[in-house]
Design a protein around this ligand. Structure first.
Ligand SMILES: [Zn+2]
Length: 248
């Protein structure tokens, strides 16, 4: 039987709370030295951090390609395009680490990433505590109980983690796009598009109905947790862009 199933069977609330407790030290140590935390909260942070770091790679490459193809379409000279890329903070190799650090530390809805992940643990912990409080473990054979606990700690947290990943993905994606647009001004308008699992009514609806919005006026994404809505960019007209960037 797993460690946590034994705790539930023994009705050991203290041990359960300790098992799920937040681990800012373990997280800080991992970010500093790469040492794997021993706590469940710390391990989840590492798993989430690593998947989002690779998602960030893909988002960044995509954004870079879009900028390059936009610049190619403007007809500025190769030397001008090189100079633009060279002067860019966004194109510098250090930017990904900067974005990653910012994303980890910047509070979202008041909480930094480690606490947002910890919120997921809290839901699992509460469920197990309820089982303990209800004396749920009584009269169950160890195999049955271990299965139940595995179900709660596994399936429930897996779906919560998927939701959080979706939310964080949208947040990082929009953050990267904003940085790119600030420097390259290649997008002037956007249209909000619903993601695949969109269900009405939701907070995205009024913005979707607006149609075309100025990029600066478009609100930060996601508009709500686990939203997969995204902005379809409308490229800046070339003549306008040239004027704005000082090429004419
Ligand atoms: Zn929505």
């Amino acid at each position: 039987m797993s460690e946590i199933a034994v705790m539930v069977k023994d009705g050991d609330k203290k041990a359960i709370a300790a098992f799920f407790k937040e681990d800012p030290k373990g997280v800080a140590e991992y970010l500093k030295s790469g040492k794997m935390p021993t706590s469940i909260a710390g391990k989840r942070f590492v798993a989430m951090y690593q998947s989002l770091a690779s998602i960030l790679d893909v988002i960044f490459e995509g954004e870079t390609l879009q900028i390059q193809s936009f610049i190619a379409s403007t007809g500025i000279s190769a030397a001008q395009a090189d100079a633009l890329a060279l002067s860019s903070l966004f194109m510098s190799p250090a930017i990904k680490q900067t974005i990653l650090n910012e994303w980890v530390n910047k509070p979202y809805n008041g909480y930094p990433l480690s606490q947002r992940i910890w919120g997921l643990n809290k839901a699992t912990e509460n469920k197990l505590m309820q089982m303990v409080a209800a004396g749920f473990a009584d009269g169950r054979n160890p195999k049955q109980l271990a299965g139940l606990v595995r179900g709660i700690t596994g399936q429930q947290s897996a779906s919560n983690i998927r939701r959080l990943l979706l939310t964080e993905n949208s947040r990082v994606q929009h953050g990267v796009q904003k940085l790119a647009v600030r420097e390259f001004r290649h997008i002037s308008y956007v249209v909000l598009k619903f993601g695949v699992r969109h269900k009405e009514p939701c907070l995205c609806d009024p913005y979707q109905r607006k149609g075309r919005m100025k990029y600066e006026d478009a609100p930060d994404l996601p508009l709500h947790p686990s939203s997969s809505s995204y902005y379809q960019p409308i490229p800046t007209p070339i003549d306008e862009w040239k004027k704005e960037m000082g090429y004419v």
